[in-house]
Design a binder for this molecule. Structure first.
Ligand code: A3P
Length: 287
């Protein structure tokens, strides 16, 4: 069901209509997941673009060609977006995809497959900061208003892909067993090489020491920021205005401290804790 010209509503979730439609969601629902497919799952602004860089490098044994020649949205497409139907056939097996969908809205064939998923979580305070700046530069999203106003919308789930807590709860509660790996954005910032190594082991594609170093070096923030295939500079300015904010903006942990007042931080933390009550999910940045 379409809602405003900017959002399409799907099972109660706001999805940007620039990339989501009846057809794209139908495509996702009917998608035939293969046993060797690999998914990187994220709530928006948690490291999706980073995973679109890391996965092809791991699967190609550290060969930089795909990430230097194919835009991120075509090399590791979003399953739910309109481009998926256009590019999926061109992706070599094992196919890699990203998705912002909550677990229960994944295609039916996902649940009966042996496909693997890597779920990336990021400190929600940094997620909301990153999202706020993204809303300022992306003309296809609502104007975020003030930061405090945007935080209220985020906590209420009136933002793309709904509540952060619902997303995390859905993916932390799967019955996927050893087919799912959990990693945080913070772990990736702290030790990228270690994170890439863990992911490559999980995917059964261990890299040589030399390849591992090359991948981690290529995927550092500074290098990705200058890669036109990954930094969104190919997108016209009237859609993403890099003069307002860069897509690869800061790439750090803890930028929330530059945005939250103590009162806002207290409200944010208590709301997230309340939403997560009774789940046993440990949010290590909130201790
Ligand atoms: P900031 O806005 O805090 O800089 P997504 O790709 O899910 O939309 O997430 C975007 C966020 O991931 C942005 O955060 C972006 O800078 C960050 N990011 C992307 N690549 C990164 C990298 N190589 N290292 C650190 N952060 C990265």
């Amino acid at each position: 069901m379409a809602c405003s010209d900017k959002y399409y509503i799907y099972h109660g979730l706001l999805l940007p209509s620039i990339a989501h439609s009846n057809e794209s969601l139908k495509y996702m629902e009917k998608f035939q997941v293969q046993d060797n497919d690999i998914f990187a799952i994220t709530y928006p602004k948690s490291g999706t673009t980073w995973m679109q860089e890391i996965l092809p490098l791991i699967l190609n044994g550290g060969d930089l060609t795909p990430v230097q020649t194919i835009p991120n949205w075509d090399r590791v497409p979003w399953l739910e977006e309109t481009r998926a139907a256009l590019v999926m056939d061109k992706i070599p097996a094992p196919r890699t995809m990203v998705s912002h969908m909550p677990y229960h809205l994944m295609p039916a064939s996902f649940f009966s497959s042996k496909a693997k998923a890597i779920y990336v979580t990021r400190n929600p305070k940094d997620v909301v900061v990153s999202s706020f700046h993204f809303h300022q530069m992306a003309s296809f999203l609502d104007d975020p208003g003030t930061f405090d106003e945007f935080v209220d919308k985020f906590l209420a789930g009136n933002v793309m892909f709904g509540k952060w807590t619902d997303h995390v709860k859905s993916w932390r509660n799967t019955d996927m067993g050893d087919r799912i790996m959990y990693i945080t954005y913070e772990e990736m910032v702290q030790d990228l090489q270690g994170a890439v190594q863990r992911m490559s082991q999980f995917l059964g594609r261990e890299l040589s020491a030399e390849a591992l170093e090359r991948v981690a070096n290529h995927c550092c923030f500074k290098n990705m920021k200058t890669n036109p295939m990954s930094n969104y500079s190919l997108v016209p300015q009237d859609i993403m205005d890099s003069k307002k904010s860069s897509f690869l903006r800061k790439g750090t942990t803890g930028d929330w401290e530059n945005h939250f007042s103590p009162e806002l931080e207290a409200k944010f933390t208590s709301t997230i804790r309340e939403d997560m009550k009774g789940t046993n999910i440990k949010l290590y940045w909130d201790e």
